[in-house]
Design a protein around this ligand. Structure first.
Ligand code: BGC
Length: 247
C-alpha cells in the first residue's frame, strides 16, 4: 500500500486526508479547516501545517504530501490568483508548504488533481478519447485528458462569456451570490457546456464539485451532444488526486 497525505485547497475550505493511492481510499476521516481570509501564503501555510499535524497518528509525520491548489501551478510556482489572495502571484507554493510541514510537498492545480482521481477511480475510469473534467465550486476548474493523459493547467473557467469570465456566470458560487434557483443556474452551466463543445468537441464531460452531491436538483436540465456524467468521487476527488500527484 502506497500512502500519501492529500490536501485540497479551495476558496472556502482546506481539506485533508491520508490516502491509499493504489485504491483511492481515504485512510482517515477527512479533516477540514476554513480557508483563512485573507488567504495569504503565510496564513495558508500555517493551515497546511495544522492539517498535516492532525494526521500524525496515521502518517507519523512522514511520507509524501500533495497539495491541490486553486490556481495555475507550474513546477510548484503559482501563476494566477482568481480566488486566492493576489500576493500568491509568482509565489513558490511548493517551498512554502514544504517548509511548513518539514518535508517535500508537491503542488498541482486543484481541478487537475480532481480530474486525475476521477480518471483513475471515478467516472472516467478506463475512458479514452478526449475527456474533460470540470469542478463547479467557488470558481470553475478544468482537467483535460486525451486517452487518459492530462494536459495540465487548462483554465476553462476563465473563458470569456458576455464580457466576464464564465466562472463568474456559472460557478456554483454564482448561484449563491445571485440567489438563483437551481434550474436557472443549471441552464447557465448548459450554456458553458455548449461553449466547451464548440471549442473542444469532447467525447465526455465529467461534472464535479460540491454540487455533484445533489444532482437531482439540477442535472436533469443538462442536455449536451456529448456524454455528460456526474463525478463519482463527490468532494473527495481533490484530496485523492493531490495524494496521487505526490507519489
Ligand atoms: C482557477 C483555477 C481553479 C479553479 C477551481 C479558478 O478560478 O483559475 O486554477 O482550478 O478556479 O478552483
Amino acid at each position: 500500500m502506497d500512502v500519501a497525505l492529500g490536501i485540497d485547497i479551495g476558496g472556502t475550505g482546506m481539506k485533508a486526508a491520508p490516502v491509499d493511492v493504489t485504491t483511492g481510499r481515504l485512510l482517515g476521516e477527512r479533516f477540514r479547516i476554513p480557508t483563512p481570509q485573507p488567504s495569504t501564503p503565510e496564513a495558508m501555510a500555517a493551515v497546511v501545517r495544522d492539517l498535516d499535524r492532525h494526521f500524525t497518528d496515521i502518517t507519523g509525520g512522514r511520507g509524501p504530501v500533495g497539495v491541490a491548489f486553486p490556481a495555475v501551478v507550474r513546477s510548484g510556482v503559482v501563476h494566477s490568483a482568481a480566488n486566492i489572495d493576489s500576493s500568491w502571484m509568482g509565489a513558490d507554493a511548493a517551498s512554502a508548504f514544504s517548509e511548513a510541514v518539514g518535508r517535500p510537498v508537491v503542488v498541482v492545480n486543484d481541478a487537475d488533481a480532481a480530474g486525475i482521481a476521477e480518471m483513475s477511480f471515478g467516472a472516467g475510469r478506463g475512458r479514452s478519447g478526449l475527456v474533460i473534467t470540470l469542478t463547479l465550486g467557488t470558481g470553475i476548474g478544468s482537467g483535460m485528458f486525451m486517452d487518459g493523459v492530462l494536459v495540465p493547467n487548462t483554465e476553462f473557467g476563465h473563458l470569456e462569456f458576455r464580457g466576464e469570465s464564465v466562472e463568474r456566470y456559472a460557478a456554483a458560487s454564482a448561484m449563491e451570490r445571485e440567489e438563483l434557483p437551481w434550474e436557472d443556474w443549471a441552464d447557465r452551466v448548459g450554456e458553458f457546456l455548449d461553449m466547451v463543445d464548440r471549442l473542444f468537441s469532447p467525447d465526455m464531460v465529467i461534472l464535479g464539485g460540491g454540487v455533484s452531491r445533489e444532482p437531482e436538483r439540477w442535472f436533469h436540465r443538462i442536455d449536451t451532444r456529448f456524454e455528460t456524467v456526474i463525478a463519482a468521487m463527490a468532494n473527495h476527488a481533490g484530496v485523492v488526486g493531490a495524494a496521487m500527484a505526490a507519489v
